[in-house]
Design a protein around this ligand. Structure first.
Ligand code: SF4
Length: 178
């Protein structure tokens, strides 16, 4: 099964790396996507699984604040973090994390290689090494990545996680498959 043209190896990536249009107002760094990430994955025959954007799916494209871009990023990010912790939003976040876990389990069940999960540092949801809280960038995972890590651990699965902010951080991703 699956002995066709596919290479059977993937990474899971934050939604906004492939679609900058999803990111909170004032924080997009590219017109459309992270070209360096896409090139690297294409050159190395690694499929990119685009995870859902938790903030878009839980709070909407404007994150519930049409003036979000007027505040410093970490201040707005902290507001977003608080909003995501509201009961209904967090329940939705759990569902989104479960949808990612389902895909991971499916790929693993069929012997595919999952090289890593690449998140967006400083994000209140997708940060891996850093996130935003108390109006500053702090060490630690965002809410979505923390949920993924917890659910993976419950399944006894270890997948490397790394965070980037732009194509300048691409060397960190190379470490996942060298
Ligand atoms: S970092 Fe995560 S929550 Fe923020 S725009 Fe990207 S995918 Fe959405």
């Amino acid at each position: 099964m699956f002995t066709d043209g596919r290479r059977r190896r993937v990474i899971f990536a934050a939604h906004c790396f492939l679609n900058q249009n999803s990111i909170s107002d004032g924080t997009a760094v590219y017109p459309a996507s992270f070209k360096g990430l896409i090139s690297l994955m294409t050159e190395n025959e690694i499929g990119i699984v685009q995870m859902p954007c938790p903030e878009l799916m839980c709070l909407g494209l404007d994150r519930g604040n049409p003036n979000g871009a007027d505040s410093p990023v970490t201040v707005e990010n902290t507001r977003i973090r608080r909003a995501m912790l509201e009961k209904d939003k967090y329940a939705r976040l759990e569902q989104l994390a479960d949808s990612v876990i389902f895909q991971i389990l499916e790929y693993r069940k069929h012997g595919f290689e999952i090289l890593g999960i690449v998140g967006a540092n400083r994000s209140p949801n997708c940060g891996v090494e850093t996130t935003s809280d108390n109006n500053e960038e702090v060490a630690g995972k965002g809410l979505f990545m923390a949920l993924l890590a917890k659910k993976l651990s419950a399944h006894g699965i270890t997948i490397p996680m790394t965070g980037i902010k732009s194509d300048e951080d691409i060397p960190k991703i190379k470490d996942l498959f060298k």
